[in-house]
Design a protein around this ligand. Sequence first.
Ligand SMILES: C[S@@+](CC[C@H](N)C(=O)[O-])C[C@H]1O[C@@H](n2cnc3c(N)ncnc32)[C@H](O)[C@@H]1O
Length: 232
Amino acid sequence: MPANKTPNILSQQRDERRFSPSAERNRVHIYDVIKDLVPAEGLLFEVASGTGDHASWIGPQLAPLIWQTSEYSPEMFPSINSHISYTNSGNLRSPHHVDVTQKGWNLNEDKQQEFDNNIDLITCVNMVHISPWTATLGLMSGAADFLKKNGVLYLYGPFIQNQIETAFSNIQFDISLRQRNSAWGIRKLEDVQQIAKNNDLTLEKVIPMPANNLSLIFRKTSLSKTQTSSLA
Ligand SMILES: C[S@@+](CC[C@H](N)C(=O)[O-])C[C@H]1O[C@@H](n2cnc3c(N)ncnc32)[C@H](O)[C@@H]1O
């Protein structure tokens, strides 16, 4: 049994962990990229934690950095909390309910203030193509507010790149996504980059990943709206 699946004997909670096969495949590669993007002590905010797999496997390796989970779908909360409990690493935080299409990502005023210009790294794995385009718009706008200056937004997933032939598996995946929900679909990297740019997030690096996915690293290069207004 891998170390992170050893039950925390102090916890009497039911095991409600769910496991995502794709997260179990990609987490080692994602860890390799994001470990170099965070300070030893800082704050990482995970948008769309899903089952909680990434938090429980990557999170402890980045301690004492705080890993704040979040999720849109309330039905995933027990799994995320159960992963956190079983992992028993002091740096993992229970999920906030986040809907990136809503102002302030639907966080309450106190949380919005707590995170405002305070996050070192925001991660968002496999959400952009499995949500409406408005989710990408809201993700970028919120990231611009919540990241520290020089903080990073990390996206992982499939994207369509100009001048690079799209893998057949991604073309098929795109068709199946749109059949499931006409608002979903694999996005063009240049469209995502433009929305980021509109929010003062600069695409710094594109890293090819296994299974025709990409890691995208966006950096917040300017002062955010609130910081700028406080200087006026
Ligand atoms: C395919 S799952 C990926 C989950 C996890 N990141 C992973 O890689 O296993 C897509 C995720 O997008 C999230 N999502 C969809 N719409 C959202 C929204 N409006 N705000 C925040 N998250 C959203 C879902 O709740 C879900 O966690």
